[in-house]
Design a protein around this ligand. Sequence first.
Ligand code: ARG
Length: 479
Amino acid sequence: MTEKVSALNKKESSWSGRFSEPVAELVKKYTASVGFDYRLAPYDIQGSLAHARMLSQQGIITHEDHVAIEKGLNEILQEIASGSFEWLLDLEDVHLNIEKRLTDKIGDAGKRLHTGRSRNDQVATDVRLWLRATTDHVMAGLRNLQSSLLDLAEANFDTVMPGFTHLQVAQPVTFGHHLMAYVEMLKRDAERFSDVRRRINRLPLGAAALAGTSYPIDRDMVAQALGFEGVCENSLDAVSDRDFAIEFTAAASLVMMHLSRLSEELILWSSPRFAFIDIADRFCTGSSIMPQKKNPDVPELVRGKTGRVYGHLTALLTLMKGQPLAYNKDNQEDKEPLFDTADTLLVTLEIYADMLRLPVIENGVVVKTGFVVNKENMRKAASEGFATATDLADYLVKKGMPFRDAHEAVALAVRYAVDKEVDLSDLPLATLQEFASEIDQDVYAVLTLEGSLNSRDHRGGTAPSQVKKAIDRARQEMR
Ligand code: ARG
């Protein structure tokens, strides 16, 4: 895009009458935003169309001027869409580029479009319109990823894996249950975006430069035409605050944080030391020197890009903190962090949803590769780390032993089994009884992985029957 921004040699700034010399070339480049805010063009035109219709209805411009403005703006929209529009750096930003083109096309009527408006309320409106549409895309992306996770969870509702605390084997869980934890996180993320959307969805136009305007405008009409839920109540606030952009970036940071955690797990699980999963080759790369390597690039980059989005959040917070009311040029710096946050988040959601998709198998043949779960390895890992030790302690409690005593008895049994290099369930009954005389033959049902899983049979627990219910509820909520 930047290459498309060419220099205009004539001194054509819309405010040039006040100045005795042209802006220095380097300053022009420094202050221009068209290299990135050209993305707002469709929203800028949408806002101008609504503004012009209101000006005409209120008798502030004539019907003829309105017709000319509408025709001109629609032509410009086409020029931009087809790539024939020439963006000029000298015209500073998206707003002045479009306005100049309009004036070139339709003359004085074009110059009347800016009546009762300032670039300050104009840019705030454009950013809100763009961000509202972007928020809707993010919410669709979250749903798509949730649906991938739900399919994977369903296919693994009873797949046994070790659950970890401190990254040490803790208790058996199902892989479906583990995945459903991320579905919950993404549900909250989606809630945050729909909440942010309500605050994005307010109209700044009418605030003009900062104090409002003396023309008899109808803000409600413009708000309605642009699909805003209402107007920003205070003109100074309307043109100056970017808290809605900060909120969006904060919500994006939380999604990235969640996906970074999952990424870290995928990276661990796909290492041969775990060998729990295989990520399809199209999401990985090899090493130029080590032929055996298959690197989980996508999860690693998601983890890395999380830092990038956090950086944008810090940038936006810092951008606002020292600004007195009302608009300051600082605010022009809101766009690049915001655009990059949205771009990073949207592409991450899309790739992630695809990466977690199950392989497509037709007549026993894999027609599309996908996310592979090595169930045997997961199960083996769950049976190796004394994952059912807590179940043995709970068993003793149910036989009347105080929990602390049961904990100690089982700890001693585990230590013994570690020495002998066997699992608790491999110890004969007589040996187990040396640690607690309450132990009976029925203990072996408790020491199995399935026994442990099935006993956690309540809402939010890992029992496969509960995981199924959780998946059903999540699907229901997504309808
Ligand atoms: N490009 C500016 C921005 O992004 C538009 C508003 C400029 N307003 C002004 N008074 N210079 O914030």
